[in-house]
Design a protein around this ligand. Structure first.
Ligand code: GLN
Length: 533
């Protein structure tokens, strides 16, 4: 039996993916945290990608970056938002990464000529990763991506089954999220797919301790009882989690479902979770306020809400705590027009890559500077603000070296690389994991709006960029209305800018949205929304 006292909660999904397995896992984490435990989380995803850095944001949603600089998928963002904590490189395990490590070890002779196999080598390495990720915590939650029964996910399922042998079954809690569809023609809820999914899971040696039944509308208790009876699980352990307005109500909903008793048994305590902040947040979010603020998000990918999920979640939470309604409008960066910008109370220009839409973002920043329209620039949003200011300051052909990557771009004769490639990053434009990633310190200039917003001079934010401000052009940028309000501690990199003549014009080279949590909103987002009131 293992010596560490950590307990493990494994979350799997059946029937289909995309029915809230990640939110359920994160909500369980929020409840356990509210019971006073130190909780960590980990996602095991069966993709053959080594990390998420090169995944297309339209297909996969936003690329999330951990404090220690790993590019992951957006589930880790949910975990951080629900637990108000920081994940790390140990919080994501992709098949591609496991295979890579195994093959590299094999190539280096590390297996001494032995046959390398999915079981035990892949499964052992997964178990090692789970143990490492759980170091120092009371409860470690592991979500297995995909659906039980997928070929590619099987080694992970086997690993979490074996894990119980390692640490003791009583230290493991298995939770399965299944979907029960409503068939409109017969007006019936159908449990068969859920029964089959649980049968599959049983076939792999796992009988879940909790089954969460996802339905569109609340389902009769008999449905849960039926699933329980057919799956050999106690009726109390099968709970219904119907769709609700906001994912942030899921922890409160789970609290009402009877899961708490199972958690109490598992943890051997009766501690009541302190959910008061969740209740408060829910109240704020569900209130219709007199005042509505209209925020224009000037973005390239307007088809998929998930692409900028951290930004939109940060704005929504900031509005709730500011007690205003948020009217979030997408502005296609390729179709920016002054009339559209004028309708907005404030503008946000989020991060982005590639030339498409860049001119639109420059236009948005120019409009904000000229019309004192509140502006929040995030990463590319800072770069485009500096280009806009440099052009206003007289450099008509100011641009970013990122433009030059595009074959369609006709470089003007006197092109001024106001945004240039960071030394050491040349030639790495399409490779994975080569950007300036993760936490970096910045020092803020005393007396600037940026510094007042943070309330301190030394800040740490997460980054994901390859280009930066070319400080040679700071005089022109300043002439155009934008000044530096924060730099890297050595002064070499511009980290924050602002426009002293505007009410609220702040931009950062970082991605503060990664660190904004609903119960702990990032001050830049909070103050941006506040400036619109
Ligand atoms: N494309 C820009 C860069 O690489 C901005 C990146 C971003 O917005 N995350 O520096």
């Amino acid at each position: 039996m293992a010596k560490n006292k950590c307990k493990y909660l494994f979350v799997t999904g059946g029937v289909l993916s995309g029915v809230g397995k990640g939110i359920t896992a994160a909500s369980m984490g929020a409840i356990l945290k509210a019971k006073g435990y130190h909780v960590t989380m980990q996602k095991c995803d069966p993709y053959l990608n080594v990390d998420a850095g090169l995944l297309n944001p339209v297909e996969h949603g936003e690329c999330y970056v951990t404090h220690d600089g790993v590019e992951t998928d957006l589930d880790l963002g949910h975990y951080e938002r629900f637990l108000d904590f920081e994940t790390s490189k140990y919080s994501i395990t992709l098949s591609g990464g496991i295979y890579k490590e195994l093959i590299e070890k094999e190539r280096a002779g590390g297996f001494h000529g032995k046959t390398v196999q999915l079981v035990p080598h892949f499964t052992n390495l997964v178990m090692e990763k789970i143990e490492k990720a759980s170091a120092g915590s009371d409860v470690h939650i592991v979500e297995i991506g995909g659906t039980v029964g997928d070929y590619e996910g099987l080694p992970f399922i086997e690993a979490i089954r074996l894990f119980a042998n390692k640490v003791g079954r009583r230290n493991c809690l298995y939770l399965s999220v299944v979907y029960v569809p409503f068939i409109n023609t017969s007006k019936e809820l159908k449990t068969k797919p859920a029964q089959n999914a649980l049968k599959d899971l049983r076939g792999f040696g796992i009988i879940p301790d909790i089954v969460c039944v996802r339905t569109e509308k609340p389902c009769p208790r008999a449905i849960c009882e039926k699933i329980a009876a057919f799956s050999g699980i106690s009726g109390d352990a099968v709970v219904n989690l119907p769709d609700i307005n906001s994912v942030y109500d899921v922890p409160l909903n789970i609290m009402k479902s009877g899961v708490l008793e199972i958690l109490n048994d598992f943890m051997h305590d009766e501690k009541k979770p302190d959910m008061s902040r969740w209740v408060e947040f829910s109240k704020h979010r569900n209130t219709e306020y007199d005042k509505t603020v209209k925020v224009g998000l000037v973005a390239k990918y307007v088809g998929n809400d998930d692409t900028y999920i951290c930004v939109t979640e940060a704005l929504k939470a900031a509005a709730a705590w500011n007690e205003v309604n948020l009217d979030l409008r997408w502005i296609n960066a390729e179709e920016v027009a002054d009339e559209k910008l004028a309708e907005m109370d404030g503008l946000v220009v989020p991060g982005g890559f590639g030339i498409r839409g860049m001119e639109g973002k420059i236009k948005a920043a120019t409009y904000a500077l000229e019309n004192d329209k509140p502006y929040l620039g995030l990463c590319l949003g800072l770069q485009m603000a500096c280009v806009a200011a440099a052009r206003r300051g007289g450099l008509k052909n100011a641009g970013s070296e990122e433009f030059l990557q595009s074959e369609d771009y006709k470089k003007p004769k006197d092109f001024k690389n106001v945004i240039y490639i960071m030394p050491g990053q040349e030639g790495k434009e399409s490779t994975g994991g080569t950007m300036r990633l993760g936490d970096y310190d910045a020092k803020l200039k005393r007396g600037t709006l940026t510094q007042k917003i943070y309330g301190k001079e030394k800040v740490v934010e997460r980054h994901r960029h390859r280009y930066e401000v070319n400080q040679k052009f700071l005089p022109e940028i300043a002439k155009g209305g934008v000044v530096v309000s924060g730099t890297s501690p050595d002064g070499k990199l511009v980290e924050f800018v602002e426009a002293p003549d505007c009410k609220f014009f702040v931009a950062t080279q970082a991605h503060p949205e990664f660190k904004s949590h609903p119960l702990n909103v990032h001050p830049l987002f909070y103050n941006f929304i506040k400036s619109l009131k």
